[in-house]
Design a protein around this ligand. Structure first.
Ligand SMILES: NC(=O)C1=CN([C@@H]2O[C@H](COP(=O)(O)OP(=O)(O)OC[C@H]3O[C@@H](n4cnc5c(N)ncnc54)[C@H](OP(=O)(O)O)[C@@H]3O)[C@@H](O)[C@H]2O)[C@@H](O)CC1
Ligand SMILES: Nc1ncnc2c1ncn2[C@@H]1O[C@H](COP(=O)(O)OP(=O)(O)O)[C@@H](O)[C@H]1O
Length: 287
């Protein structure tokens, strides 16, 4: 079943250049959570993207510029407290015109000012969108925002984020994983990727995938940020959004399994999942 989705990823052609493999914009990171921005951006590059840019509040730009080598940065306007301001929305929208896909949310925090920026981005970003983490926390109960969005969108909540999104508790979410994912996808027109053990992916057309790769060693901070980067990378490489999410979730789990074999489930960390991606690609026949 996954094979038919993997086959959609193009073998890299001799006659090609970085522009052929997708430009990814990663709006992520805030004071205290620069690691999330690093992990999502680095994972997108390792999954094959041609160019990746991390947009951060400008006071964090020097930190990100030191962390990254291959990933570029976009320094955004900020308020005195270091949160993104209204002007930053314009800056992101302008930059996104050159991009094939955007990630919004990892490590952005939950400040009121940041929430307003995120809601504007959901409304106005015209690239496909991977909305993760604090991108989802910004819109508690506001699923109707997606009905108005004309561009391809995937949300990647863990059970806690899903609970906030639909205003239920985590127990309810875990007891109704498939039904919730299917219902949101079908009523709002977006792809839903409900993470956790046996991640569920649902499409607006009623397709459903339940993942069986991955392991409990992946229950460690930052592995979800890695997944957002991988999914965005595949969307940017031009495959349809549902397949991009299915392949992303599958390969992320395989990478997690390789990392667990190497480092053990206790010691593996999110960066190890990125390090294992090359072997996961090989295992899936993608090289
Ligand atoms: N290095 C960095 O910069 C890092 C930055 N990060 C960034 O931190 C931000 C906050 O993200 P976060 O996930 O840590 O906190 P939050 O949204 O409050 O969720 C916790 C709640 O959800 C629940 N829950 C979760 N999974 C569950 C499951 N499978 N099954 C069941 N329940 C589950 C959990 O339940 P509990 O622990 O109470 O059992 C709790 O209620 C975000 O922007 C992220 O990108 C992180 O990625 C780490 C590395
Ligand atoms: N027990 C598990 N089995 C399989 N996959 C898991 C398990 N625990 C966590 N994962 C995966 O690890 C990732 C964790 O993401 P998330 O909870 O968003 O973490 P973070 O916010 O720290 O990045 C998800 O992709 C999830 O499916």
């Amino acid at each position: 079943m996954v094979t038919s989705h993997i086959e959609k990823i193009s073998v890299r052609q001799d006659e090609s250049h970085k522009g052929d493999y997708g430009k990814v914009l990663v709006v992520a990171g805030s004071i205290g959570m620069t690691g999330a921005a690093y992990l999502a951006s680095q994972a997108a590059l390792r999954a094959g993207s041609g160019l990746v840019t991390n947009a951060v509040p400008c006071s964090l730009n020097p930190i990100m510029a030191i962390k990254f080598i291959e990933v570029m940065t976009l320094a955004l306007s900020e308020n005195k407290n270091g949160t993104l301001n209204k002007k930053s929305v314009k800056e992101i929208l302008e930059f996104s015109k050159k991009c094939d896909v955007s990630i919004v949310g990892p490590g952005m925090g939950r400040a009121k000012e940041t929430r307003a920026v995120i809601i504007d981005l959901i409304r106005y970003l015209s690239t496909p969108l991977v909305l993760d983490a604090d991108g989802l926390n910004a819109i508690e109960g506001k699923l109707s925002l997606f009905k108005k969005r004309k561009y391809k969108t995937v949300i990647t909540p863990h059970p806690g984020e899903m609970a906030r999104l639909i205003k239920k508790d985590v127990t309810f979410v875990q007891e109704h994983r498939t039904e919730i994912a299917k219902e949101i996808a079908e009523t709002t027109g977006i792809v839903v990727c409900l993470k956790g053990h046996k991640t569920v992916v649902a499409s607006p057309d009623g397709e459903l995938y339940v993942n069986d790769t991955g392991n409990s060693g992946m229950a460690t901070g930052g592995t979800g940020d890695v997944l957002a980067g991988i999914i965005a990378s595949f969307i940017g490489q031009g495959i349809d959004i549902y397949s991009a999410v299915v392949v992303g979730v599958y390969l992320h789990g395989i990478s997690g399994d390789i990392a667990a074999e190497k480092h053990g489930p206790f010691s593996m960390i999110a960066g190890d999942v990125i390090q294992a991606l090359p072997d996961a690609f090989k295992k899936a026949g993608l090289y």
